[in-house]
Design a protein around this ligand. Structure first.
Ligand code: PBG
Length: 326
């Protein structure tokens, strides 16, 4: 009882705060999400994400070297392709000489110590902007999974370390695992976007990869309902059984309860994706002088660690790494 107990005692100085701090945030927790473009311009700004640029392959090589020297463990790649290369089947997703295979090789040549994580989904490649193949207006599950298998194999073949299905089709983790094993890619990891919600927070990303104008309708028939919590447990349970090495929650900050729920219930590394809309909100408020951008960025990243995440996929990775290394 007070005054015997005064919780402020351990907060009184920097050294004692550091001593009793429960969580640490470090460079090893960061995955840098990068949008790569097939255009020749070295960089193109993304209007809804100040400070984020689509990178050409040459600029990507430079970024990969920066990641390596900062100690950022991995880069997560997202493609922006010329609209003329899109079709309703997302055929460019399974082009072995496409942008993503080239980007994987570019990173591996420039910075062999940096892990490469690739999104497995068709939305950057389809004219309709959906993650899978359409059967009338419905995203067909099983046919899409066949496509995703091919896409994952092409990524693994090009040297991708981690394939990350973000499509939310049923059964795709098991199917991709089986195909990877059969093709000799025993060590290619799978990071499953296991609990991915149908969210408004992806808005700026759709501008970044050029699927915003294309997207017809919404993704509610395959991505999760923001109201659901128990369903996330079922999604993760299945993905673990099917062979996922790591699982992800997406978006991040508005779904911290899900990160915490999964981290407490399963012995598998749980990642959080601080998505484009979260980035945009912090940047917009900081640009107006309403918040201290660096401080809020680090606080938001720490909150993922507090919730139990192994790591965070974030557009802030380079900036955060610089501050954390300072
Ligand atoms: C789609 C995909 C999305 C993101 C990553 N992969 C968007 C979507 O589901 O519509 C969002 C990333 C972000 O918002 O930063 N396969």
């Amino acid at each position: 009882m007070f005054p015997a107990i005064r919780l402020r005692r351990t907060r009184q100085s920097d050294w004692s705060r550091r001593l009793v701090s429960e969580r640490a945030l470090g460079v090893n927790d960061l995955v840098w999400s990068i949008v790569v473009s097939d255009r020749a311009d070295p960089v193109e700004p993304v209007a809804a994400m100040p400070g984020v640029e689509r990178l050409s392959l040459a600029a990507l090589a430079k970024a990969a070297k920066e990641a390596q020297s900062l100690g950022i463990p991995a880069i997560a790649l997202f493609p922006h392709i010329d609209p003329s290369k899109k079709d309703d089947q997302g055929s460019e997703a399974i082009n072995p000489d496409g942008l993503i295979p080239q980007a994987i090789k570019t990173i591996k040549d420039a910075a062999p110590d940096v892990g490469v994580i690739c999104d497995v989904a068709l939305d950057p490649f389809t004219t309709h902007g959906h993650d899978g193949l359409l059967d009338d207006d419905y995203v067909a599950n099983d046919g899409t999974v066949e496509r995703l298998i091919e896409q994952a194999l092409i990524q693994a073949e090009a040297g991708c370390d981690v394939v990350a299905p973000s499509d939310m089709m049923d059964g795709r983790i098991g199917a991709i695992r089986e195909a990877l094993e059969a093709d000799g890619h025993h060590n290619t990891m799978i990071l499953s976007y296991a609990a991915k919600y149908a969210s408004g927070f992806y808005g700026p990303y759709r501008e970044a990869i050029g699927s915003a104008a294309a997207l017809k309708g919404d993704k509610k028939t395959y991505q999760m309902d923001p109201a659901n919590r128990l369903e996330a447990l079922r999604e993760v349970e299945l993905d673990i059984e099917e062979g996922a090495d790591m699982v992800m929650v997406k978006p991040g900050l508005p779904y911290l309860d899900i990160v915490s729920l999964l981290a407490e219930n399963y012995d598998i590394p749980v990642f959080a994706f601080q998505v484009s809309g979260e980035y945009a909100m912090i940047e917009a408020a900081a640009a107006n002088g309403w918040i201290d951008g660096d401080r809020v960025m680090l606080e938001s990243l720490m909150s993922f660690k507090r919730a139990g995440a192994s790591g965070i996929i974030t557009y802030f990775a380079k900036r955060a790494a610089r501050l954390l290394n300072a």
